[in-house]
Design a protein around this ligand. Structure first.
Ligand code: NAI
Ligand code: MG
Length: 497
């Protein structure tokens, strides 16, 4: 049975309009030029929906709507608590409609239902977390200085723009827009062309929650048209991008030309350092779960497995066994642990990396490759791979963005830290040891935005997440600092006679 036949009534209803329209100024609207594009269910390689394709003219309309909303009494004139009420109402609706959001996300990305569930749950959590922070923030702080009455006020910037990727479409929409909205900005989102649907369903919920027209706008479309137009728009006051370093640099250049502050989150090549006081089976299982989460399409996942030599002979068979046991299937099937790659392009990209890695001298401890899943012959499925070899191999240095890990043995702590830091990225790494003194030492020495101890992919609310070096700039997401990134400071000063 095709996934299309298993749709929840609410999802079927949402997908009924052909095309699914974009959302500008509180209205569902076609593209200015009537253009459309297709988004697929990667589990079947089949059409999921046709979607209105936004281009520069639609971005212009969306930014104008967001500017108008920012200047309006309905949003700009709203008290902080009223804004926070709207954010909580939206979170309520995300929870009430979570089954539909989860199924839609699972279908558009190809991810298993429990993983889509985590993402949707996280959206509600972030909306509430930033709503509460907004309520408890002081927006006018006195400054203690002689002979002047001085204070600093915090005010929103205006229109904040977001260009988002396809690996966590709804979660990243939530993480990114929650602080911006809570701070009082208005937003324009350009979701990824592979996965535009969940951000659009979020707009339907925002409308129902009572968000005024123009506060949240979503313009689906391609990067070099809609995305480039949004990044270069002189009407935006802030920009946040998540995706590849190559595109991040283009966006930063566009924003630089207009002096618009920008946040970039650009992926990584996360390491996991496993010391020999750990149970190899337990860690192998956890790292397998990490590298197969979302079919390895996770910026911060553990892809370089650095294993202390004494543990190597036990760790490798445990890891290959755990990776072989991962149940691959369509995202909507209850037994599935790992879904397809998001697209044929991404599948080919990963297979190409594995091929190049082997040519570059890596040994395959577990050969990964394309695989056909019963009843879903046209899905973009792939099996996990485990390579080993020199640390300068292309597969040990570059982001593969698939279920592929690269294992390297190490001798002592200093060697492990040097291996971790021999990398152009700096997003997130983990250290695994029962010795908490050593764990904290290594955690501090690894150069990245996050160091995790005895776990990987850990996201408690309020903990900052963002990379350094090739992994990004501009302060990241997920913390109180992110909220303040969406408020500009203004000093007010009066001489005292
Ligand atoms: P991408 O960087 O091209 O796409 C991300 C977003 O940027 C999409 O919304 C896309 O439409 C937009 N975009 C593309 N070109 C643009 C342009 N010229 N101006 C403005 N916006 C533009 O990433 P892609 O090609 O889909 O994936 C390639 C690789 O990038 C992946 O294999 C992975 O290594 C990395 N990546 C990292 C992500 C992360 O979470 N940090 C997410 C997605 C991709
Ligand atoms: Mg899709």
């Amino acid at each position: 049975m095709a996934a299309r036949d298993k749709l929840l009534p609410e999802v079927a209803e949402f997908l009924k309009p052909d095309p699914v329209q974009m959302f500008i100024d509180g209205q569902w609207t076609p593209a200015d030029d009537g253009g459309t594009f297709e988004t697929l269910d990667p589990g079947d390689g089949a059409l999921l929906a046709r979607v209105a394709e936004g281009k520069a003219a639609d971005i212009d309309r969306a930014v104008a709507a967001a500017q108008k909303a920012f200047a309006s009494e309905a949003w700009g004139g709203l008290a902080v608590k009223d804004r926070a009420v709207l954010l909580h109402r939206l979170a309520d609706l995300v929870e009430a409609h979570s089954d539909a959001l989860i199924q839609l996300e699972s279908l558009d990305v190809g991810k298993p239902i429990p993983q889509a569930d985590f993402d949707v749950t996280n959206v509600a959590l972030m909306l509430r977390w930033y709503a509460d922070l907004a309520v408890h923030t002081r927006y006018s702080e006195p400054i203690a200085t002689p002979n002047f009455e001085a204070r600093q006020i915090r005010v929103p910037y205006g229109v904040a723009a977001f260009i988002l990727p396809w690996n966590f479409p709804i979660l990243l929409a939530g993480w990114n827009i929650s602080p911006a909205l809570a701070a009082g900005n208005t937003v324009v989102i350009k979701p990824a062309e592979n996965t535009p649907l969940s951000a659009l369903l979020l707009c339907a919920l925002a409308k129902e929650a009572g968000f005024p027209p123009g506060v949240i706008n979503v313009v689906p479309g391609f990067g070099d048209t809609a995305g480039a137009a949004l990044a270069a728009h002189t009407g935006i006051k802030r920009m946040a991008f998540t995706g590849s370093p190559a595109v991040g640099k283009l966006i930063a250049s566009s924003c630089g030309a207009n002096l618009v502050p920008v946040k970039l989150e650009l992926g990584g090549k996360g390491a996991a350092v496993v010391f020999d006081d750990m149970d190899p089976k337990v860690v192998a299982q956890k790292l397998t779960e990490s590298v197969t989460l979302n079919t390895g399409q996770v910026c911060c996942t553990a892809t370089r497995w650095l294993v202390q030599k004494k543990l190597w002979d036990k760790f490798v068979p445990a890891a290959t066994q755990a990776m072989k046991s991962v149940k691959i299937g369509h995202g909507l099937e209850a037994t599935t642990q790992m879904g397809p790659m998001v697209s044929q392009t991404q599948r080919e990209r990963v297979l190409d990396y594995l091929e190049r890695g082997r040519k570059d001298g890596a040994e395959a401890l577990l050969e990964g490759g394309p695989v056909t899943v019963a009843d879903h012959p046209d899905g973009f499925y792939i099996t996990p791979a485990l390579l080993t070899g020199a640390p300068d191999n292309v597969c040990a240095q570059e982001e593969i963005f698939g279920p592929a890990a690269y294992a390297i043995p190490f001798g002592d702590e200093a060697e492990a830290v040097a291996l971790v830091n021999d990398c152009p990225y700096g997003l997130a790494n983990s250290v695994w040891t029962a010795d908490l003194g050593r764990a904290n030492r290594v955690a501090e020495a690894m150069v990245a935005g996050s160091s995790w101890i005895n776990g990987h992919n850990l996201f408690p609310p309020g903990v900052p997440f963002g990379g350094c070096n090739l992994s990004g700039l501009g302060g990241g997401v997920g913390s109180a600092a992110t909220f303040f990134d969406y408020l500009r400071n203004q000093s007010i000063v009066r001489p005292l006679e």
